[in-house]
Design a protein around this ligand. Sequence first.
Ligand SMILES: NC(=O)c1ccc[n+]([C@@H]2O[C@H](COP(=O)([O-])OP(=O)(O)OC[C@H]3O[C@@H](n4cnc5c(N)ncnc54)[C@H](OP(=O)(O)O)[C@@H]3O)[C@@H](O)[C@H]2O)c1
Length: 334
Amino acid sequence: MTRLLVLGGSSFVGRALVEDGVGRGWDVTTFNRGLRDWAHPDAEHLHGDRLRPDDLAPLAARDWDVVADTWSGAPRAARDSATALAPRAARYLYVSSGSVYAPPPPVDGDEDAPTVDASPDAETTDYAADKRGAELAIAEAFGDRAVFARAGLILGPHEDVGRLPAWLLRMDRGGEVLAPGPPDRPLQYVDARDLAAWLLDCAANDRSGPFNVVSRSGAATMRTLLEACRDAVGTDAMFTWVDEPFVAEQGIEPWTELPCWLPRDDEYAGMLAAGVERAHGAGLRIRPLAETVGDTWAWLLSADKQPALRDDLPPHGLAPAKERAALAAWHSRR
Ligand SMILES: NC(=O)c1ccc[n+]([C@@H]2O[C@H](COP(=O)([O-])OP(=O)(O)OC[C@H]3O[C@@H](n4cnc5c(N)ncnc54)[C@H](OP(=O)(O)O)[C@@H]3O)[C@@H](O)[C@H]2O)c1
C-alpha cells in the first residue's frame, strides 16, 4: 500500500491531500503540532514542530512512498524536512505558489518565467521568497523526484483565507452588491480538492518539476463567479458593475476587499493569467465552478456561517458601510 506522509495535513489544502490519500486507500500519516481541531479518523497522526529538526527524527526513520508538504514559512524548515526524508522517501510533492515568479508575473508565462531571489537556508523573509526558497531546498534534496505545484488562487470547502466565503456571505445578505468589472474579467483558480488529486496523481505517474496549477484563464470570469455564488445561496442579490477607475477612486482594495479580483493594470494581474498547459497536459482537471461554490456554501452552512479563518490575514470582503457609500457615489454620477 502506498505510504503517504503529509507535512501539515490539518487545514485547508493539507486536509484535501489527506482526504484524497485516504480515499485512494493509501496509508496516510500526518505530521503537525496538533493545534488544529481536525484530524482524519482513518489516518495516523504524529505530532512535532518542524522548526525543531530533532522532531523530524521519527519521520526520517521510516520509509515513505510519497511526502506532501504545504509549508509556507522559513525555507530552512523545508530544507530540514527534505534533507531528513530524502534517503528513505521516494517522492516529495510541494504545494508551492505562483508568487514565486518575479513581479510582475508575466501574462501567459510558463514555468520558465524568472523567479524571485531566494535562499533554501533562509529564516522567514517574505511569502514569495519563502515559497521559492522551499522549492530550492526540496530540489536540492530530491532532484527530479520532486514536484512543485505552483498554485494560484485556491478555493473550495474549508478555505481559511476567506475569499470565497466573503462573496458567499455577501450574497447571503442580499440586496445591491458592488461588483467589480468588467464582468468578463477572466479569473484563474483551482479547487483545493482538484489540486490535491492532481498532485497525488503526479506521484503515481512519476512526474517532476514545476507546474502552474490553476484553471485556464477565462474558464471562469468575475460574472460567472458572482452568479455562481448568488445561485448557490439563492438570494435576491443584484449586481451593480462598477469600473476599475471607480474602485481605485473609492480606495477599495483589490484582492482583499474585493476577493479574487485584480484590475488589469495591477502589477500582479499576471497571477490571473498564468500559462497552464503543462499541468493540464499532465492531467489537471478542474471541476465545474458551480460545484466548488456550492460545496463551499454547504460547508459554510455547516459552520453556521462562521468559518474558522486564519487570524494572520486581513478580513476579506467589503464592509457594508463602505459598500453602501461607494454604491451611492456610483449612482450619484449617473
Ligand atoms: N490560499 C491560496 O489561494 C494559495 C495560493 C497559492 C498557494 N497556496 C499554498 O497553499 C498551501 C495552503 O496550505 P494549508 O491550507 O494546508 O495550510 P498551511 O497554512 O500551509 O499549513 C498549516 C499546516 O501546517 C501545520 N504546521 C504549522 N506550523 C507547523 C510547525 N511549526 N510544525 C509542524 N507543523 C506545522 C499546521 O498544523 P499545526 O498548526 O497543528 O502545527 C497545519 O496542519 C500553502 O502552501 C500556501 O502557500 C495558497
